[in-house]
Structure formats: C-alpha cells, structure tokens
Design a protein around this ligand. Sequence first.
Ligand SMILES: [Mn+2]
Length: 496
Amino acid sequence: MKRDGRLARRWIATGRLAAAMAAVLFLQTAVGDTLTEKATETVLRRARLMERAGSGLVVLISGETKNFSNDVDYPFRQENNLFYLTGINQVGIALALRPGAQEPREVLFLPRRDPSRERWTGRMLSVEEARRLSGIWDIRETGEWESFLDAALSGKDHEKRLSSSEEHTRVDNAAADSSDLWLILGNGTALAPLFRRERVFADTLAARHPRIRRKDLYPLFRDLRIVKSAYEIGRLRKAIDITCEAHQGVMQKIRPGINESELDGFIHSVFRKHGAQWGFPSIVGSGPNATTLHYEQNDRWIEDGEMVLMDIGAEVDHYSADVTRTIPAGGRFTQEQKTLYEIVLAAQEAAFSAIRPGATIREVHNAALTTLKAGLLRVGLVADTTGNQYRMWFMHGTSHWLGLDVHDPGTRDTIFAPGMVLTVEPGLYIREDALDYLEKTSGNEKLLQTIRPAFERYKNIGIRIEDDVLVTQEGYELLSGSAPRTVEAIEMLMGR
Ligand SMILES: [Mn+2]
C-alpha cells in the first residue's frame, strides 16, 4: 500500500504539539521529503503557539506593500510573525488558528491566482505550493476569510471546502471557540504603533461580535522566537558568514580617496553574490560620520588617517546578521585611534565573559560599562566613573536580540538560555559638538576643564565593535569571529 502521508497531514492539522511532532517524524521517515525542513519548522511553531494560547481564535494578517513612488512599490517583505508561522512571503495572505477547537485548527487564506496580475508582478502561490511551504493542509481563498471568522467567533457551524478537492465537511464547533481573539498588538511596547492594522481589524470584528476579548499575541511570539532552533541557527550562521566575508573584502579593498558609497555598493554586492539581501540599510561612516549612530547617507569621500565604521548585516530567509567593524582607511591605526579602539575591544571582551545561561543583557551591559568607564578615566575623557559622565561618549545599550528582526523581540532581563542569539556592541563616539550642550553649571565648568585636552585629542573618532553571539550550554559561541576584530588582525589583513 502506498503511503501518501494523508493521515500524517491530518495529525498536523490537529495543531497539537505531540501529534504534529509524530506526524513530522512519520513524514520524514516513512513518506520521504514531502515536508520541507522549513515546513517542519512552521508546523511545530504553530503547534507551540497554540499550546501557549490555549483557546480562542488566533488571527494573523499579511503585511502590506509599501509605495515607493507612483506605481512603484518597495519589495514586499512579510510581517515577521506571520512569516514565522507560515514561511510564506506573499502579500494578501491570512492565517487563522483555533487552539482548543475541533478541526480545522489551522486555516491559511490565499489570494486567488490571477494570470493578468501575475504577468506584471510575478507568480502567485498555488494551493499546492503554499501547502508545501507551510505544511498547512486547509487552504482557502481570501474571499472566504471574513465569513470563516464570523462563523468561528459566533460558534456557528461553518461549511468548509477544501480548495483542491471536492471534499466537503462540516466544521464541528461542539467545542466552540472561546471568545478570546488573539492578535499581535504589542501592548505596552514601543512597537504598538506598528500593529495599527491589527487594532482596526479587531475593532471591525468587535463591532459584529461584542463578546470577544482581545488578547495580545506579542508576548507569546517574543517567548517562542527568542530561543532559536538548529534550523534557525543555521540560517543565522549563513547570514553572519556572508556579512563577515563582506567585512574581510572591504578591509582589502578600502583606500584613502574612495567614497563611502563605493564601499556600500561593494558590501551589497557580496550579499547579493550569495543571494542574500540586507537586513537593514548599511551604515558606512567615515571620519566624523562614524560618531553618528545610525548614519545612512554613505556618500562622503574618505580621507587618509580616518577610520571607517561599517555596521552591516546580510539577511538570509528573513534572518539578519548584525556585525560592525571600525577600520583605519589607510590600513594602520594612529596612536589615538588605537588607544580608544583597545578600550572598546576590552569592554567587548568583558561583556563576552558575562554571557552564559542564567545571565541577562543587563549584566552583559554592566560588564562592558565597568571596563569602558575605567578606560575613559585613564585617557581623561571622564573625571570620575561613579556618575553618568560616560554617557557623553557611549549612549546606547551593549546588546540586543537577533533573529527575524535585526532587533528581535526580548527584554534586557530575559534570562539567557542555550539557543538565544544576541549582539555585543560597545562603542565610543567622540562627537565634535558633544561638549557644547552641557548645562552651564559650575560642576560642568570644572569637568570641561579636566576633559578638554583629551577631548581635543580624540574628537571626531567614532568606534563600534559589534559581534553576534550564541548562548550555549557552556557559555557562548562567537558566531562572527571570521571578521578580524583586534588591531593586529585588522592591520595584518589590510597588509599595509
Ligand atoms: Mn546591532
């Protein structure tokens, strides 16, 4: 008898974690490669999310295309949480999950294919393709989306039709959905404005179904996404390797007289050579531009004796790297540049040593700060290390989470566990106007007198060293070590 995996598909459709795991195993071993590695991932992610939600209706809607100019759009990029659950990067899709209900517990809504549109903007996914990508069996047209939600929210029976067959079944709502409506809202986070469409959508549904209680999916996604699977770590490793290759290439290519834009283009060419995109616009800042944290203009001519800060990250399958190197344009650090560089490097090393299961980003930051402050006192850029004087020269956090978002969801107090990936990126930015805005108090006058000579020596130097780190059982693994990081290693590769 031919094993076609139909039964396993039904197990997956139950959305129950244990059943989904067994089905995935069965498909892999008995049926062959019917489920891609990526689909296997998304099957388990949906089951885990449903396990956490417990009951109700989970709703995710696709991102929108953003207009660039007239009839030209930016390249479409799927909303990351929907991508996390489906692996599908097509506009106009929607996902409904019904934890705690009877089948169907997972339904994906797909726009109907339109040859006249596809002629202009490219192929749209067929039902079979969407199935193969997501591992979701029940796929319907987006036109049925509203009536499906209404039926699910009102607990009425709803006729289900499998788009690819003539099979008709009845949705059994005996175990009716609870009135919880789960959407990504980002309540209490700075990201809440990003989910405005979800709020409007919830308002629309609430007008028709007054009983519903809104529940925020954001904390569920944050907790799920923060620990990376082996598959995800593989994607991140690839993105990081490509990024490090770009850094190595720049170190060999750069020379005084080159424009930041040419380095920007070169970096992008390395990403594209490997089929990757950027996860965020590259920062290529030379001389004084290196003191602007998110400088993106990238159009200045680079002079001899200057340093160039490059904060870049390739993106593979939505997973972004984030690696910064700061190098001397002419291949050799001046004494002043080297002095400050060694302080930042030592701070980064101190931060690394704080990384192990059980620690937090707050502790990593504090470890970096202690070293950084001592260094600043030594060179005379602060008068004492007890207060916040260091914030004139280092004004951002040391770490953030890394993943589908280059700043992945998570907090400073999330307890480290194996599989988490974060950046470690101390820096020093001696902006030329940094002292102009100090309040005119007698204390500050005295401070200015003390640090003025050091400031004159180091002004217009900006340095950041950023690496990507995986938390392991034993401590950590440096993922971006192939891009030279020490003064000696950088000067050696630059070969001058
Ligand atoms: Mn970063």
